[in-house]
Design a protein around this ligand. Structure first.
Ligand SMILES: CC(C)(COP(=O)(O)OP(=O)(O)OC[C@H]1O[C@@H](n2cnc3c(N)ncnc32)[C@H](O)[C@@H]1OP(=O)(O)O)[C@@H](O)C(=O)NCCC(=O)NCCS
Length: 181
């Protein structure tokens, strides 16, 4: 089983487990309207049972080696989710996704978490390429790969359907040979 990843003095990525379902649901519920603006799933996560089902699903994906999501814990509280949303073992390639509670935005937590996750990806999982996609107008999300030195590789037009619109994605990539921890 995957172990926790340290990302700072009080910041840790821990594999999601069923006992996190209540805390995870509370976090989604209190951030629902802003998450909905950039992510497709908040409207289908409406009860603690939905959060349990999500955790069971991602644990199954983790066992298959197809994804690797973590709860992000800061000072002992769950503050978001970050992880590899897909892993392509044949090409040693993976994509990172993330979201954070509004109350803890602006402290550099997600940048530190993504940096620690990328290090884990390149060093432990032996990945060759890590990708991050963000809505072209999602300034906060785009700033994370930019801060970490990912290369902006292009734009995928209308790549994602959200509740009220299609969103273009800015694609960022980092290769193992470019990664400077
Ligand atoms: C995307 C998201 C995770 C970014 O959160 P964030 O708090 O801006 O990112 P970080 O935690 O890395 O913090 C960066 C901020 O902390 C500041 N900061 C403070 N100390 C810092 C440090 N040591 N290192 C880096 N940044 C630091 C940065 O200046 C920046 O603030 P600014 O934008 O006001 O300049 C968050 O906005 C979110 O969850 N949004 C909704 C869901 C979403 O869009 N998910 C992504 C879908 S692609």
């Amino acid at each position: 089983m995957t172990e926790a990843i340290k990302a700072g003095r009080a910041l840790e990525l821990r594999p999601l487990c069923l006992r996190d379902a209540r805390a995870l649901f509370a976090l989604v519920d209190s951030n629902r309207s802003r998450l909905r603006h950039w992510l497709p799933w908040p409207d289908t996560n409406l009860t603690v049972l939905d959060s349990r089902a999500y955790i069971l699903h991602v644990r199954a994906q983790t066992r298959l080696g197809a994804a690797l999501p973590f709860g992000l814990w800061w000072k002992g509280s769950l503050v978001g989710v970050v992880g590899f949303v897909w892993i392509d073992p044949a090409n040693r390639s993976a994509a990172i996704g993330y979201w954070l509670a509004q109350e803890v935005e602006g402290h550099g937590l997600m940048t530190a978490a993504v940096s620690a996750l990328a290090r884990h990806g390149f060093h432990t999982l032996q990945l060759n390429r890590i990708e991050i996609r963000a809505g072209v107008r999602n300034r906060r999300s785009r700033a994370i790969p930019e801060r970490l030195g990912f290369r902006h590789e292009g734009t995928l037009r209308q790549a994602e359907r959200l509740a009220d619109r299609y969103v273009d994605h800015a694609v960022y990539g980092m290769l193992a040979e470019e990664w400077r921890p």
